[in-house]
Design a protein around this ligand. Structure first.
Ligand code: GDP
Length: 314
């Protein structure tokens, strides 16, 4: 495959286009004048290999983004292991088999930085993959995502397919999941701070010690990076996608409270898990290619909060 690969005027299947990243990819592809192929969950169960293959062969996309996955925060991940392991394996295998049968020109598989070992060096370089034990609270999801990277590599090696993998850091943005039982920390804090503000509550509760550190990337920045990688990356190795900076959960809670306008106390629920102590990706590879994130965290949180109010708030 020649680099750069042009997406201009192409037919593109965005698997997971109703999700936060998938919908951001669709927004970003509008400026490439792409014809988007998508299917709702009711129309197509992405775990169903035969139906997915028939769908892709019938629609004949030239490029595919695998942005569909069973996702969730620390609680959902550790309590629904079959969903996170089996569903994700089935989804990625079905889509890649379908893409192969339809001879798509290029495919990008979206993973996650939880593929890295719990005690990987920080920031985590791509080379940290499979160098140590995973964090127990999300290993089901992580194993499925590692298998996805390996599937891309296997298709490259055996059939010379241009399948690539990108590993975005923790994402947030419009269309996020605000259900406190399954959400990630940033949308959870937005929902909690908003509820506490409306109720005039004296405090809001943060799970765990507040000491873990996480990096947050806005979904629109992520989509821009993924389109950039489709255009400029063709290699066996995966690429980290992040901002290169992290923040403690306590500082994040204070920042979210400020954006939301909540002035009460922030307390900790130590019965909840901390998860991995730090998750910051090394973005040297992506930066060297010429891409950097543009949306500052505070501005991104304000954007996500505006979307939350439009969709959920009374
Ligand atoms: P992780 O990055 O896979 O660990 O997933 P999360 O985004 O769910 O959690 C990140 C960190 O935020 C963990 O240390 C959580 O304990 C902490 N955290 C604090 N408050 C919350 C909350 O209300 N919801 C979630 N999901 N995590 C929280």
């Amino acid at each position: 495959m020649t680099i750069p690969y042009s997406l201009r005027n192409k037919k593109v299947f965005v698997a997971g286009d109703r999700g936060m990243v998938g919908s951001a990819i669709v927004r970003r592809l509008a400026s490439e004048n792409c014809e988007i192929i998508s299917a709702s969950r009711a129309e197509l169960d992405l775990r169903d290999a035969q139906r997915v293959k028939d769908f892709i062969v019938d629609r004949k996309p030239q490029a595919v983004f695998v942005a569909a996955a069973k996702v969730g925060g620390i609680l959902a991940n550790s309590t629904r292991p079959v969903d996170f392991l089996a569903d994700n394996l089935e989804i990625e295998l079905s889509i890649m088999r379908g893409a192969f049968a339809a001879e798509v020109e290029k495919l990008l598989f979206l993973g996650s930085t939880c593929i890295y070992p719990k005690f990987a060096p920080q920031p985590m370089p791509e080379s940290a993959l499979l160098t140590g034990p995973l964090e127990a609270t999300n290993e089901w999801y992580a194993i499925a995502k590692i298998a996805g990277i390996k599937l891309c590599q296997a298709y490259r090696e055996q059939y010379d397919c241009d399948y690539i993998s990108a590993m975005p850091t923790n994402l947030y943005g419009p269309g996020d999941n605000y259900d406190l039982n399954s959400s990630h920390v940033l949308p959870a804090l937005i929902a909690k701070a908003h509820a506490a503000k409306i109720a005039n509550a004296p405090s809001l509760t943060v799970w765990g010690t507040g000491l873990p550190r996480r990096e947050f990337l806005h979904a629109d920045d992520c989509a821009d990076a993924l389109v950039f990688l489709m255009q400029h990356w063709s290699d066996n190795e995966h690429v980290n996608v992040g901002v290169g900076e992290d923040i403690s959960i306590s500082d994040l809670a204070r920042l979210v409270a400020r954006v939301v306008g909540y002035e009460g106390q922030i307390t900790n629920d130590l019965s909840k898990p901390d998860g991995t102590p730090r998750k910051l990706v090394d973005v040297t590879r992506l930066t060297a290619l010429g891409w950097t994130a543009r949306i500052p965290l505070e501005q991104g949180i304000a954007d996500a909060y505006a979307d939350f109010k439009r969709r959920h708030a009374c």
